[in-house]
Design a binder for this molecule. Structure first.
Ligand code: CTP
Ligand code: CA
Length: 219
């Protein structure tokens, strides 16, 4: 009921949103992952739902329950996330890429548990598809919102990411500040410049992002 009194600024809009980490298997019991609680993505999915949007949440492994009032698709690897996004994004008005996608997957993944004693295992990596860049370059691309987690030179690195992926809106945050926390301090980057928000609980950050993106939507 928490979203009952929220203005339905996204009524009739379809939102596809990725959240959480991805998991890239090394063998049957080990893998490579990114640090991501999924809290920011889930908060944003709820904020979109509360604003009246029809939300599809494509989630890496977070351990969190599916929020009510939306469809959740569970994925593990970046390639699974990519495939789910491609299957759903065609109908979307808005794509929000909050997931901490692993940039690389294991090329020589073992179908059995790697055992000790036969020398040090060598893990070969290959690049994962950039889901957000792929969606943003579709001929009929939805309105795309990216996130940038940086550990330094926040505004410079984030703005160059926004330009490179050609995004109308990018949310920049310091990884060391945001990861796992219940609050986040972000800067919204769009064609008009940088808009810094105060340090706020993630649900409040999410509402501010929804408000901002609503103003940028083509009408
Ligand atoms: N992203 C994605 N698919 C990937 C990598 C990133 O969709 N394979 C998305 C993230 O969800 C985020 C944005 O791209 O919205 C930026 O992710 P980030 O890791 O900060 O940037 P990268 O472009 O991967 O560059 P780098 O990791 O080198 O900073
Ligand atoms: Ca990355």
């Amino acid at each position: 009921l928490e979203g009952f009194f929220v203005a339905k600024t996204l009524a009739g809009k379809k939102v596809v949103l990725t959240a959480g980490p991805t998991y890239e298997a090394i063998d049957t019991v080990r893998g490579i992952t990114n640090i991501s609680s999924g809290k920011m993505g889930y908060a944003l999915a709820r904020a979109c739902r509360d604003a009246g949007a029809e939300v599809t949440l494509i989630s890496g492994p977070t351990g969190m329950a599916a929020p009510i009032g939306m469809q959740r698709i569970d994925v593990s690897s970046a390639r699974e996330m990519h495939d789910s996004v491609m299957q759903t994004v065609g109908a979307a008005d808005i794509f929000i890429s909050v997931a901490a996608v692993a940039d690389y997957r294991v090329k020589n993944r073992s179908e059995h548990k790697i055992k000790k004693g036969s020398g040090l295992p060598v893990i070969e990596l290959e690049e994962n598809p950039d889901i957000l860049a792929t969606v943003a370059s579709l001929p009929a691309a939805p309105f795309c919102v990216g996130f940038a987690a940086e550990s330094q030179n926040l505004l410079e690195f984030a703005e160059s990411k926004r330009k490179k992926k050609r995004l109308p809106l990018l949310v920049a945050n310091l990884a060391q500040h945001a990861m796992g926390a219940d609050s986040n301090q972000v800067v919204l980057l769009d064609d008009a410049g940088a808009h810094a928000l105060p340090d706020l609980p993630k649900p409040a950050v999410a509402r501010a992002i929804v408000e901002h993106l609503t103003r940028l939507l083509p009408r």
